[in-house]
Design a protein around this ligand. Structure first.
Ligand SMILES: *Cc1c(COP(=O)(O)O)cnc(C)c1O
Length: 430
């Protein structure tokens, strides 16, 4: 009998820890951070010991990991996106295409760069639909931000082909997919720039932090200028090569960098454990009738901390979710789950309302903007429909085979019950 109806739940132990990143903290993080304190050198650009900067080491690691020529450490993923956009020459008058399902920061970064975000549908991969991207291109479009949501690589072949044909910059948002790849290429190293976040909810953390990687020397120089309003005065390359302009202060501290370095050296090990666990659950439920697994463009490159499957409609998804929770496997539908999820465009209030810090100065009413983007809550019905019937279960690097078996058993039990209920058997008799 289902736990919801008084039966024995499959699982009573807690499911997985909230964080992937900080669960890995050990002596390595401690020693890396202590090294900075012992050096008494916490400011990245302090002239003494510039060669031994932890931020410079972190950049070197990300160049190697993403097979790119340049990397810029910054203080957040949002800062990375803004720096990359400004670096790519995006500004007032320009439109940038973003998916309907991403953290609000992606759209906010476009606005901070003084450009206008254009919101497009996702598909059953839960990432940007390449056809929707192409259909949204206008004479004002300058860039697209594919977001590798929940560790799932985007359909990069299709997106890159469209972007190259239409001469648009591609800024990958890798905030949720550090350690992932697409057809053997590291995420972040495929587009014109890749942007990482090291906030605690991500795969690796430095508390707060971010990284831009690129093969474009001009983009790198402009992003560097933007990440520090005085960077040209520190005498560091590559900013000397271009005329300076006003930037923000997005610098990363040496303490953040040291923490990020220890964490980032563990990514491959963490991702290998995540993949093993997710693959086991996927194999265990692949033949279950009535549910459909999320389509993952390159399963080998999936970071694999998120297991998602679809029910035929939102009502069944809510019912399934409740029954699965009662069996001891925490989960949720992604949309209509009782809270205003900031990852779904309908909850991006200041974007939909075109609201800036002051009424007279927004990217939408800026004199150089000639487009006419419109927003409303029903603009991406397919995205809402998909997210409303998607059920997500978190996978963690500490997930054991027994944990996987519990998840498989619980999902199979609930699916079997739902199938029987569909066939007319009374729920009470189960
Ligand atoms: C977390 C996140 C960001 C922003 O990163 P911060 O470090 O919090 O600024 C951007 N995009 C996506 C998809 C994210 O998940």
């Amino acid at each position: 009998m289902l736990a919801k109806h008084g039966g024995v739940p499959i699982r009573t132990k807690p499911w997985v820890p909230t964080f992937i990143s900080s669960e890995e903290f050990d002596d390595m993080e401690k020693s890396y951070v202590m090294r900075v304190l012992e050096k008494k050198r916490v400011f990245r650009f302090y002239g003494e010991g510039l060669q031994d900067s932890e931020a410079a080491k972190l950049e070197q690691l990300y160049r190697e990991r993403t097979q790119t020529d340049h990397a810029l450490a910054v203080n957040a993923g949002t800062s990375a996106l803004v720096s990359a956009l400004v670096g790519a020459g995006i500004g007032p008058g320009d439109e940038v295409i973003v998916p309907a399902y991403t953290y609000i920061a992606t759209a906010a970064a476009v606005l901070i760069a003084r450009a206008v975000p254009v919101i497009v549908e996702i598909d059953e991969t839960l990432t940007m639909d390449p056809a929707a991207f192409e259909a949204a291109i206008t004479p004002y479009t300058k860039a697209v931000i594919p977001v590798h949501m929940r560790g799932t690589p985007c359909q990069m072949d299709e997106i890159m082909a469209i972007a190259r044909r239409r001469k648009l910059a591609v800024i990958e948002d890798v905030a949720q997919a550090n350690g992932g790849s697409y057809k053997g290429r590291p995420l972040g190293g495929i587009g014109d720039a890749g942007c990482f976040s090291f906030q605690q909810y991500k795969v690796v953390t430095s508390g707060e932090g971010g990284m831009v990687v690129t093969n474009d020397a001009e983009l790198q120089a402009r992003a560097s200028v933007y990440h520090d309003c005085a960077v040209t005065f520190w005498g560091v390359e590559p900013t000397a090569r271009i005329p300076s302009f006003a930037g923000e202060n997005y610098r990363m501290s040496e303490i953040q960098a040291a923490l990020g370095l220890a964490q980032s050296e563990k990514i491959d090990s963490v991702v290998a454990r995540l993949r093993k666990a997710k693959q086991m659950i996927v194999e265990g439920i692949a033949d279950v009738e009535g549910i459909q697994l999320q389509r993952v463009p390159d399963p080998d490159g999936d970071v694999s901390y998120s297991l998602v499957f679809f029910l035929p409609d939102g009502q069944r998804a809510l019912a399934f979710s409740e029954l699965l929770s009662a069996e001891g496997i925490p989960n949720g539908t992604i949309h209509n789950n009782g809270f205003a999820d900031r990852h779904i465009y309908v909850n991006w209030d200041y974007v939909l309302d075109k609201r800036g810090a002051t009424p007279n100065d927004t990217p939408w009413n800026c004199a150089s903007y000639k487009g006419n983007v419109q927003y409303d809550k029903n603009m991406c019905p397919r995205s809402l429909e998909l997210l409303g019937r998607a059920i997500s279960v978190s996978v963690h690097q500490s997930t054991t085979s027994e944990d996987c078996q519990d998840a498989i058993e619980a999902i199979r039990k609930v699916a079997a019950h739902m199938a029987q209920a569909e066939n007319g058997t009374s729920l009470q008799n189960q």
